[in-house]
Design a protein around this ligand. Structure first.
Ligand SMILES: C[S@@+](CC[C@H](N)C(=O)[O-])C[C@H]1O[C@@H](n2cnc3c(N)ncnc32)[C@H](O)[C@@H]1O
Length: 338
């Protein structure tokens, strides 16, 4: 079903598109390329994202893909993200990449605060058009001069309270996640050989795994988010670490390769709960370990699915449980083809 953001954008775009035929466009902030299907000249439109799987989807739809704004554009479309700091950083970047007189379109749902965000911008930069529709707003601005350079700071990697490089557009940037800490306590000194870190984020689990387990020969960090992947490279300086910018469903030729998988699996896509994503992490982890290997996973209490684990593993050891987290060691992967 078409999302509200997509319906709002389509209505708006149909009203203005004729004036912008053949112009160079970029889309930023969005993890949903389908929201922009109504754009006709997709070969003139750059879809910018950090997420490997999103970029793949955008490419399949005909957009030109990139992780950065790398030229001057006539129009930049920002779909508001759930992170205010990320949005401010994106505005600063977009302003720099717009041609003089270029247009910026900002689209967002009420529930992620579009109204106050636009008010904040419009105070210095009045919009030419604003449309209120489908539980959200969309507004169009014309570039006049550089107004928001001070927000470029949100594009940099800074050390967080725990001493790790992070940025606002990744998981738990301000501090180490509590669930991840519980997982480290469970696998401490138990890992050896080849290890995979699935959804490695900015590298906390791998860094601790390497510090606490000198029998690890190699650890491979798999991460979908490009900026988290870059941050993990800054955080880990150990020749046993290998970094892969990849979405787990595209990991090829590594079946049965690993002695251990460590993982704090995601269960959100953007703001929405995405249980299928969590289930896919359980499934793929079972394919990556060898028959005597084990998967070490932490679950948030509300999304602990014992039945799902039993589908792919014969032995499930519950190592730790409190009212927020479950930490498990999953052994004896079921070898059946799925
Ligand atoms: C709950 S976070 C855990 C991050 C890190 N391991 C930690 O403990 O701090 C889950 C991570 O999975 C990543 N992720 C989400 N979908 C993914 C996918 N399809 N393939 C690979 N990584 C993914 C997210 O970007 C996020 O960094």
């Amino acid at each position: 079903m078409q999302s509200l953001a997509s319906q709002r954008f389509e209505t708006f775009w149909n009203q203005v598109a004729q004036s912008y035929a053949d112009q160079k466009l970029a889309i930023i902030g969005s993890e949903k390329p389908f929201n922009f299907c109504c754009i006709k000249n997709k070969h003139l439109c750059h879809f910018i994202s950090n997420a490997k799987d999103t970029l793949k989807e955008a490419k399949n739809l005909g957009f030109v893909i990139s992780t950065i704004l790398n030229r001057y554009y006539d129009i930049i479309i920002l779909e508001l993200t759930k992170s205010r700091e990320t949005n401010l950083g994106l505005i600063a970047l977009a302003e720099e990449s717009l041609k003089d007189g270029g247009k910026m379109i900002i689209n967002g749902d009420n529930k992620i605060g579009i109204k106050s965000f636009l008010q904040n911008i419009s105070y210095q930069w009045p919009p030419e058009i604003t449309m209120i529709k489908k539980k959200g707003r969309i507004a169009l601005y014309q570039k006049k001069k550089q107004l928001f350079g001070r927000w470029k700071k949100y594009q940099g990697f800074d050390k967080n309270n725990d001493g790790y490089y992070t940025r606002c557009d990744m998981f738990s940037p301000k501090e180490i996640d509590e669930g991840s800490q519980k997982l480290v306590s469970a696998f401490s000194t138990k890992l050896f050989g080849e290890v995979a870190d699935l959804g490695a984020g900015w590298g906390y689990l791998s860094k601790e795994a390497l510090r606490l387990n000198n029998k690890i020969t190699r650890i491979t960090l798999f991460e979908n988010n490009y900026s988290a992947y870059l941050a993990s490279k800054k955080n880990i300086d150990d020749e046993r670490a290998t970094f892969r910018w990849a979405s787990i469903e595209n990991i090829r030729n590594l079946r049965l390769r690993f002695n251990h998988v460590i993982c704090n699996p995601p269960f959100h896509s953007g703001r929405q709960t995405d249980i299928e994503l969590l289930k896919s992490f359980i499934f793929y982890s079972s394919r990556l370990i060898n028959p005597r290997g084990s998967v070490w996973m932490v679950f948030v209490s509300g999304v602990y699915f014992e039945n799902e684990l039993k589908k792919y593993f014969d032995n499930i050891k519950l190592l730790y449980k409190d009212k927020h987290y479950f930490v498990c060691q999953l052994l004896k992967p079921k070898i059946k083809e799925v």
